[in-house]
Design a protein around this ligand. Structure first.
Ligand code: NAD
Ligand code: IPM
Ligand code: MN
Length: 353
């Protein structure tokens, strides 16, 4: 069979640092993969004037999977004064749209023996295993009905039944492989969009997924409960903006944004990226935690290339490295390189042992 092609988009800030770590790990465990690096985000703006250049778009056509770092600048970056459609984040949103990756899986896991990395009491952190299923191509992020006009501005949150059903199916499918529980998160006490969302998710459950236990909760309450009692959740399914916010909040549970990987899936090549941003405050210092990027590479193998066994090896090696060589965000002292070396060593040991 032809070599599988991974297009890498390191992006900005700590993106290149953590992507290099993920690629080093992939090269170690899957030498049969090939890699091609392209421009996205601020770095693409600086080189071509476009956050998502045509050359990158063309390269994606032959990709089997896409590995992304992060895009975006600091609050005071000149990129933020460009017209919105020319900013780094717009490049990322266009990329997601072009790939059609509507289902964003964001696992939140506290590995046994790593409870001490969580700021939560160990009895609260222990055993947490949540999958946030975030709708990624709809809602207020993408609706064309948006404008800023003098002293007034608006965006529109809109969802259709087919959009709700396709993301709910992913959540139910995922729950079938897990504990069989889905919490749908909305704001149905205020928003019509949530009323439709709730109705459609419930109808789908009643029609096709009767073995799933489904409940509905309000997003404000979930923001409290997810950190005060995280063990009550198995799969959470929610719309684009709520999912964005809740997943950064959930990063508190394992102990850092640097521990939150993601997989974005649609009908074609998948997109795999850590959920954190470009971390301008620590970029270029070699201290970023690459665990989220490395675990995103594991998700690439699991969900993108159907190589679940190798993915599991990577996850095991990351857990080991987190025990031995935690980075600064986790209270340790290891550099990005030292952490990555610890992952590679753990993989070696696993291969020999
Ligand atoms: P951020 O996630 O970049 O940083 C928030 C805090 O977490 C910072 O203190 C940072 O140092 C820390 N942090 C994040 N990832 C880390 C890691 N791997 N290791 C150690 N510490 C880490 O959020 P922000 O500062 O709000 O955003 C910065 C830029 O990133 C903005 O331009 C934003 O638009 C962009 N952004 C991009 C993505 C993406 O590409 N998917 C995601 C979020 C934010
Ligand atoms: C994320 C980021 C992006 C989002 C931004 C940078 C467009 O915050 O991947 O979580 O809001 O989806
Ligand atoms: Mn986010």
């Amino acid at each position: 069979p032809a070599k599988k092609l991974i297009v890498t988009l390191p992006g900005d800030g700590i993106g290149p640092e953590v992507t290099a770590a993920a690629v080093a790990v992939l090269r170690e465990v899957a030498p049969e993969l090939s890699f091609e690096e392209h421009l996205l985000g601020g770095v693409a703006i600086d080189r071509t004037g476009d956050p998502f250049p045509q050359q990158t778009q063309d390269a994606l056509k032959s990709a089997d999977a896409v590995l992304l770092g992060t895009v975006g600048g600091a609050q005071n970056s000149p990129w933020n004064s460009l017209p919105r459609h020319l900013r780094p984040e717009s490049g990322l949103l266009k990329l997601r749209k072009l790939l059609g990756v509507y289902a964003n899986l964001r696992p939140v896991r506290v590995q046994p023996g790593l409870e001490h990395l969580s700021p939560l009491r160990p009895e609260l952190a222990r055993g947490v295993d949540i999958l946030i299923v975030r709708e990624l191509l709809g809602g207020i992020y993408f609706d064309a009905d948006r404008k800023i006009e003098g002293s007034a501005a608006y965006n529109t949150m809109r969802y259709t039944t087919p959009e709700v059903e396709r993301i709910a199916k992913v959540a139910f499918w995922a729950a079938e492989q897990r504990k069989g529980r889905v919490t749908s998160v909305d704001k149905a006490n205020v928003l019509e969009v949530s009323e439709l969302w709730r109705r459609d998710v419930t109808a789908l459950r009643d029609r096709d997924y009767r073995s799933i236990h489904l409940n509905h909760e309000y997003v404000d309450s979930v923001a409290m409960l997810i950190v005060s009692n995280p063990s009550r959740y198995d799969v959470i399914v929610t719309e684009n903006l709520f999912g964005d916010i809740l997943s950064d909040l959930a990063a508190v549970i394992p102990g850092s944004l640097g521990l939150m990987p993601s997989a974005s899936l649609g009908d074609g090549a998948g997109l795999f990226e850590p959920i954190h941003g470009s971390a301008p405050d620590i970029a270029g210092q070699g201290v970023a935690n690459p665990a989220a990027a490395i675990m995103s590479a594991a998700m690439l193998l699991r969900h993108g290339l159907d190589m679940p066994h190798i993915a599991a090896k990577i996850d095991g090696a990351v857990s080991q490295a987190l025990r031995e060589k935690p980075t600064r965000d986790l209270g340790g002292t290891a550099s990005t390189q030292e952490f990555t070396d610890a992952v590679l060593k753990a993989l070696d040991r696993a291969a020999v042992g």
